[in-house]
Design a binder for this molecule. Structure first.
Ligand code: HGY
Ligand code: MN
Ligand code: MN
Ligand code: MN
Length: 399
C-alpha cells in the first residue's frame, strides 16, 4: 500500500475533530479541527509536488503544474456537520490525492492545468450558509449577506476570515475562470448503491433545497410562578413548526423537510423562553412543492403564535433549485467507467453550486449504512478503492 492509499489517508485524519459528546466528528470552518485538516491537506499535497494556494474565500487549491485556464478540478470539503460522519467531504479529498499519486506513479501527465480543491464551510455548520466557499467564489453571495454571517457565538465570518489572513472574501472571478470542469467524488448519502449492489455511481442531479429560519418571540418568565393563562411561551409555536414541517413534507411525494436545530433563549430548565429560533431544511421535487411546504409551516406557526400571544417570522436563508449535472460530461464519464449506474441525490454539494458556471459531474461511492450526517456514515473499503479507480480513469480520459 502506498502512503497515498485512500484508506491510509482516511486513517491519518480519523482522530481529528472527534466529538465525544455528540458522537462522530465536528469540524467547522477555521475551528481547531478544521485548521488541523487544512494543514494536513497542504502537507500531503506538497508531498505530491502540488503547489498549494488559498484563495480569498479560504478554499485550498493544490495545482499539479502551473495554475491555468480550463483546468480539470476535483476535490470536495473537509468540514462536517455537528456530530457528522468521517467520509462526507474527506472521501472526495483523499480520493483525489490518491488518484494523483496513482497517476504520477504511472507516468501520466495532465494535458491541461489540474487542481485538487478543498472548499470551505460546505456544510454551513458554523456560519449557517451551506457551500459558503463555493458560493462566495462564484459570486452567489451579496456583500450585505456576507457581512451578516455570524456564528453561534456572534462572531462575524468577515472577522474570522480576516484573522485567517483572508481580508477580502467575495466573488473570485479569477479562480472561477480557471475551472474548465469540476468532478466531485463523494460518499453516497443514501441507500441507492446498496439497493443497486454497485460500488460507484455517476451523479445525475441534486434535489432542490433551501433553508428557512423561524423566529418566535414571547415573554421570558419563571416556570413555577407563571400561570398557564398568563404565559406567552415561544416554545409552543416552535413545537408546532416541527410537527407542521413533517406533516407538510409527508403530503408531497419525494419531499423531505426537517427541523434539526431549535435554540431557545435563554434555554434554562426552569425558565419560560423569551424567544426561540428554529432552522427548517426543505428538499423537494419541484419549486412548487418547496414553496407549498414553507407556506404550510408558515400558516401553522402563525396560528400557533397568535394563540399563544407570540410573534413569529419565517425568513428564507438560502435556496437553490434542482441541479442537473452536465449530461455530456455525465454520459462520457459513465461510458468511461463501463455500465455504472446514474443516481440523483438529495444532498447539496459544492458541485451543485459550480454546475451553474462550469461543466460539473459527481461520482458517488457506496455507503454500506446508507446513513449520513451521523456517526454511522461509512464507505466500504472495496467501494473506496473502486471510487479512486473511477476517478483515475475519469482524469485519464479528461485531463
Ligand atoms: O446539506 C447537505 O445536503 C450537504 O450535506 N451540505
Ligand atoms: Mn454533508
Ligand atoms: Mn458533503
Ligand atoms: Mn459537498
Amino acid at each position: 500500500m502506498t502512503e497515498f492509499d485512500a484508506l491510509g489517508l482516511l486513517r491519518e485524519i480519523e482522530d481529528v475533530g472527534r466529538d465525544p459528546r455528540r458522537g462522530g466528528y465536528s469540524r467547522h470552518v477555521f475551528d481547531d479541527a478544521e485548521r488541523e485538516l487544512r494543514d494536513w491537506f497542504v502537507e500531503r499535497a506538497r508531498r505530491l509536488g502540488l503547489k498549494v494556494t488559498t484563495d480569498r474565500n479560504g478554499n485550498l487549491w493544490a495545482w499539479w503544474g502551473e495554475p491555468g485556464p480550463d483546468a480539470f478540478v476535483t476535490g470536495s470539503h473537509l468540514d462536517s456537520v455537528p456530530g457528522g460522519g468521517a467520509h462526507d467531504g474527506p472521501l472526495g479529498v483523499v480520493s483525489a490525492l490518491a488518484a494523483v499519486e496513482r497517476l504520477q506513479a504511472s507516468g501520466f501527465v495532465p494535458t491541461r492545468p489540474f487542481a485538487v480543491v478543498v472548499f470551505a464551510e460546505e456544510e454551513g455548520s458554523r456560519f449557517g450558509l451551506a457551500c459558503l466557499g463555493s458560493r462566495l467564489l462564484s459570486g452567489a453571495i451579496t456583500p450585505a449577506r456576507l457581512e451578516s454571517l455570524t456564528d453561534a457565538s456572534g462572531r462575524r465570518f468577515v472577522d474570522v476570515a480576516r484573522e485567517a489572513s483572508l481580508p477580502e472574501p467575495g466573488y473570485d472571478a479569477e479562480s472561477l475562470a480557471r475551472i474548465g470542469l469540476f468532478v466531485e467524488l463523494h460518499v453516497e448519502q443514501g441507500k441507492g448503491l446498496i439497493d443497486l449492489d454497485a460500488p460507484v455511481a455517476v451523479g445525475s442531479s441534486i434535489l432542490e433545497h433551501g433553508r428557512w429560519r423561524i423566529d418566535v418571540r414571547g415573554q421570558g418568565n419563571h416556570a413555577g410562578t407563571t400561570e398557564i393563562a398568563d404565559r406567552r411561551d415561544p416554545m409552543l409555536p416552535a413545537a408546532e413548526a416541527v410537527l407542521a414541517t413533517r406533516r407538510a413534507a409527508a403530503l408531497r411525494a419525494g419531499s423531505r423537510a426537517t427541523i434539526g436545530r431549535i435554540e431557545p433563549v435563554p434555554g434554562g430548565t426552569n425558565v419560560i423562553a423569551s424567544r426561540v429560533s428554529a432552522w427548517m431544511d426543505v428538499r423537494a421535487d419541484s419549486e412548487q412543492d418547496t414553496r407549498d411546504i414553507v407556506a404550510d409551516v408558515q400558516q401553522a406557526v402563525s396560528e400557533a403564535a397568535a394563540a399563544e400571544g407570540c410573534e413569529a417570522s419565517v425568513i428564507e436563508e438560502s435556496y437553490s433549485g434542482e441541479v442537473r449535472f452536465d449530461p455530456q460530461l455525465r454520459d462520457r464519464i459513465a461510458a468511461t467507467l463501463g455500465n455504472v449506474p446514474v443516481l440523483p441525490t438529495g444532498a447539496g454539494h459544492d458541485a451543485g453550486v459550480l454546475a451553474a458556471h462550469v461543466p460539473t459531474a459527481m461520482l458517488f461511492v457506496r455507503n454500506p449504512s446508507g446513513i449520513s450526517h451521523a456517526p454511522e456514515e461509512g464507505a466500504d473499503d472495496a467501494a473506496i478503492q473502486a471510487g479512486v479507480d473511477a476517478l483515475v480513469r475519469t482524469i485519464e480520459d479528461l485531463a
